[in-house]
Ligand binder design. Structure first.
Ligand SMILES: [Zn+2]
Length: 585
């Protein structure tokens, strides 16, 4: 096995020679246990389309269903110069996707699940239980997890020690417990790691990811054991299932290469791996001269074109930047049918803008789906849409209870009401949290979805098309509370805007006591003065309609607002007033 892995690595490293064609013989899948395949995978990711097949060894005793689908064992490596089109997975016609998506509804979703073996084999998928059955399952798992925390969590063992544990528990039992705040977790992340007295190798630490820290301070480590990784992969498979991906899809990820292990970069790769679907990491991101492996946007576009990618994974604002650059280059993006626009809000106008731009590059307009989940590092994944704006599903109700709460009373609010989102893990061995406030305001329902029939928590759209408003983004402006979400949604509706940014400033920047001022920075365009004048009027009118404030409009170079070589996300909202904490959306 070791010699085989060495051969694969050596072959990959020499494959820059276009005369070399890489293939691999079938290998024993059970050898692909952590951590060895990770190194192989990373080597291959850096330069090749990769179909990574996970072994059949299952873990049914703990998770109740096979994590690894029983599929033929194989690794296929394609040389990128000579074999792209000839050995790429079979070309998928749009009519297939239209069959999946144009006829949405419970029966269509069920038949779709039955048509894909890796989904059909996940017979314990709890999202297809009734709402009552999900409640019962979550209550049982919650009891087990609380017992585990009492014994093994330095942070929770004391607070949970004297609490009565009824035989039949439910999410309402949680209402008596205090919240865990981000500050608590960030101050001492090691205290949230379980110390299990176990000889089970799956209870050992497998790895960690970091929270982004962009809105809450320092990045914080979040640990996984082998057990948690299996649960995570299973959740990703269910995420793909809800979104309608299949093993025939070809993904290109433009998630940026992060400085630290970060969920967004890793989970797109792992989702495709567990789905047994071809995946290419474009390796975009901030260049590091010492190790020049980062690639440019233009290269990512060539990868999409050459491989006839059907799926793009990326941060919403970067995906838009990518597609706009594709329009400049005339890139063939006719095969794209699904865009994962993650990491930030992607309101309806932005979705429509993306769809129009992709259609201009050959994609079938009505078959393009933009999936905007609401994700968290502490979840290791994302809520996911079964249908655009039909709500965001919890893909694994057997891994989390999500509450929407009133922080003052500690009580859960009724379904459909807005409150603070709190996470409780149900089946974790690494870092585990109880009533953890994510910092987002959401509305949620537990009613079965009218589109797909799934149960479990589903987050509902707010402000027409945004799933969450960040609590910390509330600011005082001219003495009243102001939230950027409706302003940004209004600006996103102006598709003529290529880049924009909302700034809170002062009328005299040298005087902290002067009047507050709201400025919208707009990317300069080459249009004529009439166009510019109309756009300025539209911006002022849109912002006024959203918050009854008339903004000043400033024209700046697009790179002054968003430079993808510098930042993962576009910074759409900044508070530049003196003595104010800067808010970032
Ligand atoms: Zn649904």
């Amino acid at each position: 096995m070791f010699s085989l892995i060495a051969w694969v690595i050596a072959s990959a490293s020499t494959s820059r020679d276009p005369s070399i064609k890489l293939t691999a013989q079938p290998i024993c899948g059970t050898c692909l246990s952590p951590p060895m395949p990770f190194s192989v995978r990373m080597v291959l990711m850096a330069s090749h389309p990769l179909l990574f097949v996970i072994p059949t060894t299952s873990y049914q005793s703990l998770l109740g269903a096979p994590v690894y689908p029983p599929r033929p064992q194989r690794i296929v490596v394609f040389d990128r110069y000579i074999q792209y089109r000839s050995v790429a997975p079979k070309t998928v016609s749009h009519s297939r996707w239209e069959r999946i998506f144009m006829h949405s509804g419970k029966d269509a979703v069920r038949s779709f699940v039955e048509s894909v073996d890796v989904y059909r084999d996940d017979t314990a998928d709890p999202t297809f239980l009734s709402a009552d059955e999900v409640d019962t399952l979550q209550g049982r798992l919650l009891r087990d997890q609380i017992v585990r925390l009492r014994e093994s969590s330095p942070y929770y063992s004391a607070t949970l020690l004297d609490i009565d544990l009824p035989d039949q528990m439910s999410r309402h039992w949680l209402e008596q417990l205090p919240f865990t705040r981000k500050d608590d977790y960030q101050a001492a992340p090691e205290r949230f790691r379980l110390h299990l007295e176990s000889s089970n190798p799956y209870d050992r630490t497998w790895g960690l990811v970091h929270t982004t820290g962009t809105t809450t301070g320092e990045p914080t480590p979040f640990y996984d054991t082998g057990h948690d990784m299996l649960a995570y992969w299973q959740m990703l498979l269910r995420t793909c299932k809800i979104a309608g991906m299949t093993p025939d899809d070809v993904s290109v990820s433009v998630m940026p290469v992060p400085a630290m292990s970060h969920n967004a970069f890793i989970s797109s790769r792992d989702a495709c791996s567990v789905l047994n679907s071809p995946y290419i990491a474009a390796f975009v991101g901030t260049p590091q001269p010492e190790f020049p492996i980062h690639r440019r946007t233009d290269y990512a576009l060539r990868l999409i074109e050459r491989n006839q990618a059907t799926v793009i994974w990326g941060i919403a604002s970067y995906v838009r930047h990518l597609v706009m650059r594709g329009q400049e280059l005339g890139t063939d993006m006719s095969s794209i049918r699904l865009v994962w626009a993650l990491g930030e809000a992607c309101p309806v106008p932005m979705r429509e803008d993306l769809r129009e731009r992709l259609a201009s590059l050959g994609a079938a307009h009505d078959a393009i789906r933009i999936n905007n989940g609401l994700g968290f590092t502490e979840m290791r994944g994302t809520f996911v849409e079964c249908l655009e704006l039909n709500g965001c599903h919890n893909p694994s109700p057997d891994l989390f209870i999500w509450e929407v709460v009133d922080e003052d009373s500690g009580r859960q609010v009724p379904d459909g009401s807005t409150g603070s989102l709190a996470l409780t893990h149900l089946n974790r061995r690494g870092t585990a949290l109880v009533r953890y406030l994510t910092g987002d305001t959401v509305a949620m329902t537990r009613e079965s979805c009218v589109n797909c029939g799934r149960s479990g928590e589903r987050i509902l759209p707010q402000h027409e098309s945004i799933y969450a408003a960040r609590v910390s983004d509330w600011v005082k402006f001219k003495g009243v509370l102001l939230h950027p979400a409706p302003i940004l949604a209004a600006l996103a509706a102006l598709t003529a805007l290529t880049q924009y940014q909302v700034i809170l400033s002062k009328s005299d920047t040298s005087d902290p006591y002067s009047m507050d001022r709201l400025v919208v920075r707009v990317a300069e365009s080459t249009g004529d003065d009439d166009l510019r004048g109309r756009l300025q009027a539209d911006v002022r009118q849109a912002v006024h309609a959203a918050c009854e404030i008339r903004p000043d409009v400033e024209w700046v170079p697009a790179s002054a607002i968003y430079d993808p070589d510098v930042s993962i996300k576009a910074r759409r909202f900044l508070d530049e007033r003196p003595h104010q904490e800067h808010g970032v959306t």
